[in-house]
Design a binder for this molecule. Sequence first.
Ligand code: MRU
Length: 348
Amino acid sequence: MPVKPVEWRDRRLFIIDQTLLPRECVEIALPTVDAVWEAIKRLRVRGAPAIGICAAYGVVAGVIERNPSSVTETVQAALVAAERLATSRPTAVNLFWALERMRRVAEEAAPTMANAELLIDRLEAEALAIHAEDEAMCLAIGRHGAALIHENTGVLTHCNAGGLATSGYGTALAPMFVAHEEGRKFRVFADETRPLLQGARLTAWELVKAGIDVTLICDSMAAQVMRERRINLVIVGADRIAANGDAANKIGTYSVAVLAKGHKIPFYVAAPSSTFDLTLEKGRQIPIEERDPEEITHGFGLQTGADGVKVYNPAFDVTPAQLITGIITEKGIIESPNAEKIARVLGA
Ligand code: MRU
């Protein structure tokens, strides 16, 4: 069974604190909007779909925290929570997509609700639906994508787009979990993913736990491993995909796409429809999060950068659609993606 990075039990929100993995798998409670905001900002919960799910529950937790005595106060509390959580991270569109759903439910359901408790029930149901839908989308992505993984395929992935980043099988890792369940033997190469090592800490942890053959490499080794013909397929996740198919994902993904093109290796992006942002025509409009320089100069508490050095730390990059062989969605694989095909498949 996949891991559960976000759980809602007895009207309380819990997450696995991913900053502690792979040393410890510890669950923490997030009882307030501030705690949810901090957990998203610090990457205790991370990965585009998981951030959206956590934020949806965060809105419910924020309403419960304020103990509203009327429907109007409940709507107000939901809107305040959503506004605050929207400032936690800028790139993954799933966050804004989920918050918009919660905001719409609060405003549209309010006039039909007799009291605050009924509206809280409705908000809770919406967050649970967002969670369940993501689980189903991940499984469908896994089923479509598994057809790309044959006996002895060597697959490269970057960052973590597994169960820890979603609510189920993950996106990029879902085809691997399904192919494994179907009994195929293949090998995964996981880029360690500087600077926060989501590949080394999280992807490697998930795949080892599932019994999938995984080999960890430094990001800078991908070209050599490709030249050695150990890789026949690349699958990565995405944080936001523009209408034309340009895809933002963890920093370093674009380099992997260029390398894959240079070695004639198919490069796939796996993402649910909640990761598409059709309001943006092109990838260059996607906001790219810049993170704390200390993640590079003092990674995991050890100083590795010279005192006084300038640092640039963009957390994501954008892979142009021309470098993407296909986008694996829950609705099927969009080969050689472009605006027209994406609109058709997503029914926009
Ligand atoms: O900064 P992170 O760890 O949240 O970045 C995560 C990624 O870039 C993932 O590849 C992406 O969110 C896809 S998750 C299914």
